[in-house]
Design a protein around this ligand. Sequence first.
Ligand code: GEK
Length: 243
Amino acid sequence: MTKHKSDSLYASPLTEMVDFQFDERVVDVFPDMIQRSVPGYGTLINMIGILATQAIQPNTRCYDLGCSLGAVSLSIQQRVTVPCEIIGVDNSEAMIKRCTEVLAQEPSAAVVELVCNDIQNIIIKNASVVVLNFTLQFIPVAERVALLQAIYAGLNPGGILVLSEKIAFEEPTQQDFYTELHHDFKRANGYTDLEVSQKRSALDNVLIPETRATHQQRLANAGFASSDIWFQCANFASFVAVK
Ligand code: GEK
């Protein structure tokens, strides 16, 4: 098993706060970072593999948009039993380079292709499953509906979109409750107060969470017949939307 480096990117005081980027320094610590930062991440990855396997039709495509190091692609690749194509897309060269090594030699019914590009530039077609696992939150808010429309257009009838996001709350007391719970989760995983606060500042302009209602309204506007939350841990929720 690969030994992953532990994340200490925000452990020392930074004189200048730079917006968070998915560069080589992040790639090196990414598995540790996401496990210690996203409550329920490991369970969600396993469950997406199971859900996707249920939904994938033979000889169709499954897209993992914002694939990072390929956790979702791998979870599907290891479970799927019908011939299909998994397409992982990420615009971070460093992520795609490392992801290629992670997914290299898995025996599977699925063929995996990795693409280094903006997910807003790719043409989605013949898809039975599209996964946006904590990626839409990094797309500018005004551009989100166009991406969901392109996904909807590329899905076959009955196909599903799995959309996982950090979510926001309208009620300030509810927002405070979940923010504190999330920060306590990070502290319980060994992050210091300094790391929690510096990471929060670095993500401020980059990761824009929205409410459950906003997501579901946008999914409906993009054409999806139904959507529901099928998994949630604290303020991290996953929607499944059906075409
Ligand atoms: C996982 N899904 O492990 N085009 C392509 N990729 C993008 C774009 C874009 N416009 N914007 C951001 N990314 C993964 C985790 S991480 C979530 C996803 C997180 C990519 C970015 O390079 C990064 O790899 C990924 O989306 C978001 O299940 O770190 O919180």
